[in-house]
Design a protein around this ligand. Sequence first.
Ligand code: NDP
Length: 288
Amino acid sequence: MTATVLDGRALAATMSAEIAADVARFREAHGYEPGIAVVQVEGDDASSWYVRQIRRSFTKAGMRCAVHELAPTTTAEELADLLRSLNADPRTNGIIVQMPLPAAIPQSLVTDLLDPGKDVDGIHPLNAGRLMQGDAEAFAPATPAGGMEILKRYGIDLRGKHAVMVGRSNIVGRPMAMLMLHQHATVTICHSRTPDLGAVTRQGDILVAAVGRAKIVTGEMIKPGAVVVDFGVNVEGDALIGDVDTEAAMEVAGYVTPVPGGTGPMTNVMLMANTLRAAQNQAGQRPL
Ligand code: NDP
């Protein structure tokens, strides 16, 4: 069997063009472009790479992207002041704070202070709680939202399917499990303490990996014909490797997201979609 590739890159290009058209309509109606503020600690290479991608995608779609760089010595009070001013700025519609934070600042400071209406990566407990309760208007974290959008646009129906999620982080695994549950899948969540991982993953009609370990999901761990969604991004030399052994998966599965070119490109697009939605909410165009 050769699986169908779930082409996140092509889908992201299509969605970007759709969002750009909606952004143009928003600008015409309100006289300004929806915009995001990205807060990051200077000097973190992985974070800087991601922030460049965000800026490029937003600019291409006609949206604003302001990057606020923090010195590694930034204090909790300074970050709190910045977040309060971004919360209060009417032209800042969405805010994301890149991890890692300066060592002295707890992550709870960000989640406590961020305006939930501007929390376009769904990290605030209010949005996480609303997602948990099945509220479709909650901002879901962009990465799992992108994975779900791939499934939706490829017409993959989750109803009654057994979805196995490997990974339970607050930003990927957990919200992805909730989103699949909302689509009426029967969901099993695996993590580092799951014994005999393969015995569980082989039951998955839908198998999703968000672990951060290259090729931890081998071909033998995949149910024949399954839909495999790989969120893993592992850097090995010049190569990006997923959490799934893609080559082996292509022989066993029915559908596979490749790495790179699968879930990765969708993350930015969902961030754009959430920022546009936040701007529409704030402009009173949509109910909160
Ligand atoms: P975390 O490190 O926060 O979480 C990893 C999860 O994997 C944890 O729940 C952990 O379990 C679980 N895990 C670790 N080892 C095993 C194991 N041997 N068997 C089963 N489960 C295990 O990572 P993230 O969720 O933030 O990221 C996961 C991957 O997704 C990474 O490669 C990251 O780079 C990528 N990523 C991709 C994005 C994209 O845009 N596509 C965006 C964000 C992340 P436990 O909870 O027990 O520790």
